[in-house]
Write a new protein. Structure first.
Length: 218
């Protein structure tokens, strides 16, 4: 990395030096030829800098993918997304972070001890997926995932009307895809009386408190 910085500094110094020389030439008489030469040199430097930038771009992208692959927790994924903001690897890191949050939330939702944290994870996952919807319009498969997972997050927290909104959007916008078909089928399932009863009972249980175990008599 130090060698890269040195090359960049050298390039910048060369450009600055030529720029100062150009200013001096502008004020000298009979400097037409030198002025043209300086312009030519500046163009050469510009092309050189552009070539270096585009040659380094794949290298930087490769480093970003390595960072995504080696991330082991939510903090790592957040750091990758911040360090490579605007890149495809950063987008993937953000999606992976949303997936982990949703998975953690769903896995612990029925736990009396972890339910509050599970709810927070689900809310964070939904917020992140909502942000990702805006940033992944060029990636239909990721857009479908975001729509589906927002719906799941809402459904898991008992917001069935809110879940329907995103299931319906997914089924309408992507009717021929697996996600779209699954959403259309689930919309029908949500009208099933047994499922409605299940969610009513689930909400009652998750909002209730554990009863202390009965005292054993000697």
């Amino acid at each position: 990395m130090k060698a890269e910085h040195r090359k960049e500094l050298q390039t910048n110094l060369l450009a600055d030096s030529l720029g100062r020389g150009l200013e001096k030439l502008k004020h000298k008489p009979d400097s037409g030829l030198l002025f043209k030469v300086a312009i030519g040199l500046l163009l050469v430097v510009g092309v050189f800098v552009a070539i270096r930038y585009f040659m380094n771009a794949p290298y930087k992208n490769a480093i970003a993918w390595v960072d995504v692959d080696t991330a082991t927790n939510l903090k790592d994924l957040q750091n990758v997304a911040s360090a490579h903001a605007g890149s495809t690897p950063a987008l993937v890191a953000r999606y992976q972070r949303a997936r982990v949050l949703l998975e953690h939330g769903l896995a612990r939702l029925c736990s009396q001890i972890d339910r509050t944290d599970a709810q927070k994870d689900l809310e964070q996952a939904e917020d992140l997926y909502n942000q990702l919807l805006k940033d992944s319009h060029d990636y239909p498969s990721l857009t479908q995932e975001a729509l589906m997972q927002i719906a799941k997050s809402r459904e898991a927290r008992g917001n069935l009307s809110g879940a329907r909104e995103f299931y319906d959007r997914l089924a309408h916008d992507y009717p021929a895809t697996p996600h779209g078909k699954a959403a259309a089928q689930h919309l029908k399932d949500l009208d099933d009386p047994d499922l409605k009863n299940f969610y009513s009972e689930f909400e009652r249980l998750t909002k209730g408190k554990l009863e202390p175990p009965p005292m054993k008599t000697p």
